[in-house]
Design a protein around this ligand. Structure first.
Ligand code: PLP
Length: 397
C-alpha cells in the first residue's frame, strides 16, 4: 500500500505545433520587435492583443514583458505617486508588492480568510488608508466580487485586478479582469498560457490605456496597435508620459495566440484534475478543503488545503512523507520561505502590523501545482497519497 507518484510537478505541456510553426515563421522573417512589421502586416503582437481583448470582452489590451511589469504600468498609468499607499493582499506572490514598490508606493496588506480570499472586513477597516487596491486573485480564488466592488466604490477606491491565476475564470458569469479599472495577466511558464515570460494589461479606459501604451515603450508607433485607444487620446499624453520599456515581442505573441484559442478546453482539463484531487481529499481528518462558492468559475491549475492549528513539526512531517512518495507540496506557512515568498511578513521593506487571524490561515496553507501533463488518474493517486500521509501524521503515526 505504498504507491509512489513519479510525475514532475514543474513539467508543463509542449507549445502547440501551430505556435511553434508561427514562431519559426517570425524567426525566418527576422522581424521580431513588435513594431518591425512589413507593409500591410499587423504583426503577431498586435494580433494577440486584439484577439485577447475580443475573447475577454474588453476594449483595450496591451502585451508587455511580464505580469509584474503590467502591474507596475497599471499603477503608473493611474498616477500612483511615490509615497502613496496601495492596498493589496497579505497572501499573494512577491511580484505584487514588488510592483507597488517599483513605483515608490507603499503596500498596505489586507488579511486573508480561510477561503483564501481577501478579508472584506479588514478591507473595510483599511479602506481609508488608500485610494487604490491591487487585488490579487491569489491561487485563483475569487472573493465575493459584488461585495468587494460595493466596498471599493463606496470608499472611492480604484481597483486593479491581478489575474495571474484567473485567466479564464469568472464570478457570477462576469470574467475576472472586467471588475476593476484595469487588469493584469501573466503569460509566464507556470500560468495559464506559456510564453516563458510575458504579460497582458487590459482596460476599457482609453486614457489609462494610452498612458500604459506609451509607458510600455511604444514610442510614437502606437498607431500600429489593433486594441489601443484612438490616436487623439494619445495626443493629450504623448509628451507627458515616460517610456519605461517593457514591450512584448512577436516570438512570444506567436506562441501565445494558439494557446489562447484553446484556453476554455485547458481550463476544463485543469478542473477535471482539480476535482480528482479535491474529491480524493474529502473527509480527511485534520485537513480542511477550501470552499469554492457557487458564483465562482475557477481554473484549478493549483490546489490548496489547510492543516489548521497543526504543530509545525507535524506539518513538516506531512510534507516530507508526501515528498518521499513523489508528491511535491509547498507549505506557505513555514518560518523560512522555500523557493517563493507569499506572505506579507516576508516583505519587510513594507511595514505591517501582525494579523493574527490571517497568520493562523497562512501558517496552515499547503499548496500543490497541477500541471496538465498529469492525467486524472495521476491526480487521484496523488490525493490518495496525501490523504494517507495526513491521516498517518494526524493520528500520531
Ligand atoms: C506570477 C504572478 C504574478 C506576476 O507574474 P510575472 O509574469 O512572473 O511577473 C503576479 N501575481 C501573482 C499572484 C503571480 O503568481
Amino acid at each position: 500500500m505504498t504507491d509512489v507518484f513519479t510525475g514532475n510537478f514543474t513539467q508543463q505541456e509542449p507549445i502547440p505545433e501551430e505556435g511553434i510553426e508561427a514562431a519559426i515563421e517570425v524567426m525566418r522573417s527576422g522581424r521580431i520587435h513588435r513594431y518591425n512589421v512589413a507593409e500591410g502586416e499587423a504583426g503577431e503582437t498586435a494580433l494577440l492583443e486584439k484577439e485577447f481583448a475580443d475573447q475577454l470582452g474588453v476594449k483595450y489590451c496591451l502585451a508587455v514583458a511580464s505580469g509584474g511589469y503590467a502591474m507596475g504600468a497599471a499603477l503608473r498609468a493611474m498616477g500612483v505617486a511615490p509615497g502613496a499607499r496601495v492596498l493589496t493582499n497579505a497572501f499573494t506572490l512577491a511580484p505584487v508588492p514588488g510592483a507597488i514598490a517599483s513605483v515608490g508606493a507603499v503596500p498596505v496588506f489586507v488579511g486573508v480568510t480561510e477561503d483564501l480570499v481577501i478579508d472584506l472586513e479588514d478591507l473595510k477597516a483599511k479602506a481609508v488608508q488608500a485610494d487604490v487596491l491591487m487585488l490579487s486573485h491569489m491561487r485563483g480564488h475569487l472573493c465575493d466580487m459584488d461585495a468587494l466592488m460595493d466596498i471599493c466604490d463606496g470608499a472611492g477606491i480604484r481597483v486593479i485586478e491581478d489575474c495571474a491565476h484567473t485567466m479564464g475564470a469568472s464570478w457570477r458569469g462576469k470574467p475576472s479582469g472586467l471588475w476593476g479599472e484595469m487588469a493584469c495577466y501573466s503569460t509566464q511558464t507556470y500560468k495559464h498560457v506559456n510564453s516563458g515570460e510575458g504579460g497582458l494589461l487590459v482596460s476599457n479606459d482609453p486614457d489609462l490605456m494610452a498612458r500604459a501604451t506609451i509607458l510600455s515603450g511604444s514610442y510614437m508607433l502606437y498607431g500600429r496597435h489593433l486594441a489601443a485607444p484612438a490616436p487623439e487620446v494619445f495626443e493629450k499624453i504623448k509628451y507627458h508620459t515616460p517610456n519605461v520599456s517593457g514591450r512584448m515581442d512577436h516570438l512570444r505573441a506567436a506562441i501565445l495566440r494558439p494557446q489562447l484559442r484553446n484556453l476554455d478546453a485547458q481550463c476544463e482539463a485543469w478542473n477535471m484534475r482539480y476535482r480528482a484531487v479535491d474529491d480524493g481529499l474529502a473527509e480527511t481528518p485534520g485537513l480542511t478543503r477550501i470552499r469554492r462558492p457557487q458564483e465562482e468559475y475557477f481554473v484549478g491549475s493549483s490546489i490548496q488545503f489547510l492543516l489548521l492549528d497543526w504543530e509545525e513539526d507535524k506539518i513538516h512531517d506531512v510534507i516530507a512523507r508526501c515528498a518521499g512518495r513523489g508528491v511535491e507540496l509547498k507549505w506557505f506557512g513555514g518560518k523560512e520561505p522555500v523557493a517563493f515568498t507569499s506572505r506579507y511578513d516576508s516583505w519587510q521593506y513594507a511595514p505591517s502590523e501582525p494579523m493574527p487571524k490571517s497568520d493562523r490561515v497562512l501558517k496552515g496553507v499547503i499548496d500543490m501545482r497541477i500541471p496538465l501533463t498529469f492525467s486524472v488518474d495521476d491526480c487521484a493517486l496523488i490525493a490518495r497519497i496525501i490523504r494517507e500521509e495526513v491521516i498517518a501524521v494526524y493520528q500520531g503515526g
